[in-house]
Design a protein around this ligand. Structure first.
Ligand SMILES: *Cc1c(COP(=O)(O)O)cnc(C)c1O
Length: 429
């Protein structure tokens, strides 16, 4: 492992005043060991650390940066917005414009409410589902991550999984008593719970394509069963598209899969790199939110003009020049190259990919849910991660996270990545 003296010093300094030295556990390299890189700046497809090394960036800030870093249209929009003031505490037209763009992109969404993070979006979506139905029970799936909402912090993926804290201290049992955790892609389990408790279930929240236990796609039977049962029992189907929204297609995973949930949570890309989340759905459901209706939800910086401007510029660019086919082609190229490299090195592996989201799992078992994801050899992953880092390729620092491509990546970048992976995987031969 190369030494990075500046980052090591910066981490020591940070750890004295910030718990674990980071403001979000996924950044702490807990799953791979070593110290996190401190970033000096980012540009296009690259991150630059404070030791003056350059990395091809496969995390894209964990999802938002589909256009790469410092896209000129986003930078210009943000600069212009900043000069008009940072926050008003009163409505502005940028909010309506971004809302119109989301509504136009996602047919199941007729109205949308902006918040400041994905966590706030899912938390509010759950409250809305309960307020709308007058019921308490929520179903979630093991390995799905929906932010650090108390009631959803059970068998959660992402860094909650990496750090082995499926149930965080500080979450009272009462908070999760109304949360039922089921197995992803398990139709029988789902049907059984609905048979037993269907008339008490307010909603089902799910990552329609999971990114937070590594990339795991849903089966079509499972998606159909979800829609059928929620409709039959009058529960709301909540798609958490914080990661997949505007990533797998302009209209998100639901466009790609042809699905129509009742509520959708957004985040990441819709903020263009700034703090934005949103939740939306049918007008009849959304009108239950205060002040149109009785379900309370508020935010001082909600609909922040600078963040709205970044989101608008990002969505405008994605609509004018849809990158999805090109990104899928790059993803396919990478998948094929990695598969050959891993096979040649004799390393048991699975590559799960949908479009430009992917995970290389170090396991011989096909990964379809949380249990099979956990069969991965995380020590091997950690070794591979650092071998790639030393060659200038920044992958997600956990086996249980999806990697992303961005529109600034070219075939040459992909081919360089495959060459590096081929070398990196040789350490296991
Ligand atoms: C990132 C993520 C969240 C949480 O969003 P934050 O902005 O980090 O609060 C929720 N759901 C999914 C699917 C995510 O990937």
């Amino acid at each position: 492992m190369s030494t990075r003296p500046q980052s090591s010093a910066a981490f020591e300094r940070a750890r004295k005043v910030i718990p674990g030295g980071v403001n979000s556990p996924a950044r702490a390299f807990g799953g791979v060991g070593g110290t996190p890189l401190f970033i000096a700046r980012a540009d296009g497809p690259y991150l630059f650390d404070i030791d003056h090394k350059r990395y091809l960036d496969f995390i894209g800030s964990w999802g938002p940066m589909i256009l790469g870093h410092c896209h000129p249209a986003v930078v210009d929009a943000v600069m212009a917005a900043v000069r008009n003031g940072s926050s008003y505490g009163a409505p502005c037209e940028l909010e309506t414009e971004l809302a119109e763009r989301v509504v136009e992109a996602v047919p199941s969404v007729e109205m949308v409410r902006f918040v400041s993070s994905g966590t706030e979006a899912t938390m509010s979506a759950i409250r809305l589902a309960r307020g709308y139905t007058g019921r308490d029970l929520i179903i979630k799936f093991a390995g799905c991550y929906h932010g650090h909402v108390d009631s959803l912090l059970v068998s959660a993926g992402s860094s909650a999984l990496t750090h082995g804290v499926p149930n965080s201290p500080g979450v009272p049992k009462g908070c999760t008593d109304d949360t039922l955790v089921l197995k992803y892609n398990d139709c029988a389990g789902l049907a059984e719970v609905f048979r037993a408790k269907g008339d008490k279930i307010a909603g089902v929240i799910i990552e329609p394509v999971v990114g937070n236990m590594g990339l795991v796609p849903p089966t079509s039977e499972f998606r159909k069963e979800l829609r059928r049962l929620t409709q039959q029992y009058g529960a709301l189907l909540i798609y958490d598209e914080v990661m997949t929204g505007f990533r797998l297609a302009y209209g998100g995973a639901q466009e790609l899969l042809g699905d129509s949930p009742d509520i959708t949570a957004f985040g990441k890309i819709i903020g263009g790199g700034y703090p934005v989340g949103a939740y939306g759905g049918r007008a009849e459901v959304m009108k239950k939110i205060m002040p149109a209706g009785p379900v309370f939800q508020a935010g001082t910086l909600s609909g922040n003009p600078v963040a709205m401007a970044a989101g608008i510029a990002t969505l405008k660019e994605l609509k004018a020049n849809p990158p999805y086919r090109q990104l899928d082609a790059l993803g396919a190229r990478l998948e094929a190259g990695l598969r050959t490299a891993a096979t040649d090195a004799g390393v048991p592996h699975q590559i799960n990919r949908i479009g430009n989201m992917w995970t290389l799992f170090f396991t011989a078992t096909p990964v379809t849910d949380f249990d099979t994801a956990k069969t991965s050899d995380t020590k091997r992953f950690a070794r591979f991660f650092w071998e790639m880092m030393d060659r200038g390729f920044y992958l997600p620092c956990s086996q249980f996270e999806a990697a992303f491509l961005c529109t600034q990546m070219t075939e040459a970048h992909i081919d360089q990545t495959i060459v590096a992976a081929r070398e990196a995987l040789k350490v296991f031969a």
